[in-house]
Design a protein around this ligand. Sequence first.
Ligand code: NAD
Length: 486
Amino acid sequence: MSILDKAPPSFGSASTSDEAAIAELHAAFAAQRAAFHADRQPDLAERKSRIGKLMGMLLGHREQISAALSQDFGCHPVPASDLIEVLGPVARANYVLERLEEWMRPSPRDVDAAMLGTAQAYIQSQPKGVVGNIVPWNFPFDLSVGPMIEMLAAGNRVIVKPSEFTPACAALLREMVAKTFEPTLVHVVVGGLDLARAFSELRWDHLLYTGSPNVGRQIMQAAARNLTPVTLELGGKCPALLTPGSVTAANVDSVIGTKTVKNGQMCISVDYCLVPRADVDHFVSLSKAFMARVAENYSQSEDCTGIISERHLDRLCDLLDEARDRASTIVPLEPNGAIDRQTRRMPISLVIDPKADLRIMQEEIFGPILPVVPYDDLNEAVAMINASERPLGLYVFGDDQATIAHVLGQITSGGAAVNTCALQGALPSLAFGGVGMSGMGRHHGIEGFREFSNQRGVVVRGEGDHIDAFFAPYGKAAALVQAALG
Ligand code: NAD
């Protein structure tokens, strides 16, 4: 009986037992390990064929993907589903397919001919083996299938664990992967927190985790027991810094427009915005103008993504209530905007000049609330950002190249974008990841391929070398050292 012949395990909360799902995970893991040992070096044609199947799988389930996202989020714009969750990974796969032959080629390295004669050296990208991918709820397909492209490109086998908050997407992913791949190559396990914990405890050849820094710590602890290498794609507070003179309609459109993507539920969304004090009122009126012009009745429209759960919606309401209770000015961007409890759609609000100890300034917001923090001096704004954890994304607006270079140079972040927000996460060619509390490691592009490969250094002995100088007795070594030092 195949592991997929068993009844699919049910989803559950932390208290639900995931015994069946854990047993299935262990069986799938053992089967993938055995398959990897039997076929350690899939060739270019095989890897391309696997990636091609992945693309076909996404394109062939476009409508189901959209429907599953709408089911899990209450409301999810169909064009955004197509663009981000289907066409995004497909473009990423195309990018990899065009370059994979080059990436797989051994990369020659220099050798010191005086010491090593005609020896040759190169880096060989070997498949790591069986790779795990723990996925959050916010981009259930892009964050499961996207990294899988580079995992498969690198010749690995993959098991994915989707989030328990997106049961419809997880069930669909499981079903379409099972139709597309042998479970010994790609498999999806679904379940609750017990499964999630068991997943992080396995002896993966590499483990990718995308989610919050708090859980990231637990993942790294579990992985440390096996010395499993990890890539941690975490969250945090991504700032947008509008340098003096940059509060223009185009730039404010970019900031507020980015908030409409997934209604702020995006790791690289703008979390807060630093604005020259004299321009705050102008920023507010340009933000309102954006909503009136581009997204009238946004929160009642099909363009507004629902908040993932009642609990997350309550958390966002609590954040706003606390800011209101502490006398912050709250500016709703829609005159008639209202929360729709049924679809969990929520309008976008600005919070002007929030106190630094408010939760909206301490926690990642991950929703349609944007604190607007006034500053008097650019270096003060840079210092404010540097007083927090290193962000996943940094967004700098302005026309003065020296100022932009100064800000980029003074702040360490996982990625950055100039005169736009979040675009660094959309390019298949650009390494993506965090630094410090926002994560470690990279995927996307050649860096992703290398992340999921064992970068083995190989040296092939030639002729005319002095390798024997390293062996006792050291008479030859002494002569060589003397010749080198003169
Ligand atoms: P989360 O950390 O709650 O859950 C993510 C995944 O981890 C889920 O699959 C969950 O089942 C699993 N999980 C939870 N507890 C676990 C445990 N103890 N052991 C093992 N696995 C466990 O995150 P979330 O709420 O789903 O996602 C939101 C967070 O993800 C935000 O902080 C956001 O910024 C971040 N994020 C980061 C990126 C990125 O690329 N850097 C992308 C998307 C989201």
